[in-house]
Design a protein around this ligand. Sequence first.
Ligand SMILES: [Fe+2]
Length: 376
Amino acid sequence: MTAEAPTTAPVDVSVTATELVIDKDILVVDDEPSIRDMIALFLRRLGFVVDCAKDGKDALEQFAAKRYFLVITDVGMPGISGMDLLSEIKALATDGDPAPTDVIIVTGKSAEAVAVEALRRGAYDYFRKPFSFDAMRFTVQRLLERRRLRRQAHQVHTLQVRIDAEKSHAQQAVAALVEAVYAKDSYTRGHMERVGRIAAVLGKHMGRGDEEVEILYRAGTLHDIGKIGTPDLVLNKPASLTESEWETIRLHPVVGANILAPIRALEPVCSPVRCHHERWDGSGYPSKMAGKDIPESARILAVADVCDALHSDRAYRAGLPVETVRAIIHEGRGKLFDPEVCDCFQDLCDKQLIFEPMVGSAAERRVGDAEVAHPC
Ligand SMILES: [Fe+2]
């Protein structure tokens, strides 16, 4: 085997960067001592840790004792050929290893068939003698980059799998909590689902993207989860609430946000859940935010929540007709509710895209100021 002598040029530091922390050990296999020593010397100058093997058997013994990221092997050797060594190394790769040992074949034969066979067996690349060390440097750099990208892709995939699993666990935990709220207050089941749908329809009509619409839907379906902390007697009281009972009710946005906060997958939902009772004029709770200080998702959720709450039958009163609900939302435009959301709401009502068919009695009745401001 022949090869150009290693140059004495300065070491290319781009090869000796962080990749070497993981990819630093190379095994050079050649039955000609002068050739393997020359290749080893060149690679050591680049910063690699290089071991040498005199034939395939020696290489496999060393390979069994130490992990190499790269094996550079001659083809024609006594005993195990470089091609068989390549196959053995590929067969030893561990399932799921994103960057198993790569093999580069060095061949003196000019036959195209040797190169094709090497690549077929999984070689990363091949050199035909005589080869230049510049070409070897370039090939090893390219290999390091490919291994780095493979590891990154593997990490992203692993992270995605973990996030998916976490999401699934979180969804199961939240579903159990939602069921517990439903058990306390059967009205909440239909209400949260409808509010999620209405909030998503509003967000979509306002031109928000798929991700924001999904957050609105999710926030709607969970917005009253904090009512798990509200006493059953208050939730199901068949009469108007006392001020102290309202105080208990007013805790639920914060309780809900605190329940959801530890679940990373639901982080975007916490803010609308916490703020869905804030009002445009600052009269809401828990923080008395006003105007655009209130997150937009919460402003949308507020209209969705109020319109469904007014329209639905409750333990203490019958649901209101659509026209009455529209009038109340209109009255609250720029006072309790974001004007833009109100306009969008009215537009969607005109198109009959907000309300589902009425289940309750829709009886005409007088509506108190407190109920308009905080009906849900
Ligand atoms: Fe609420």
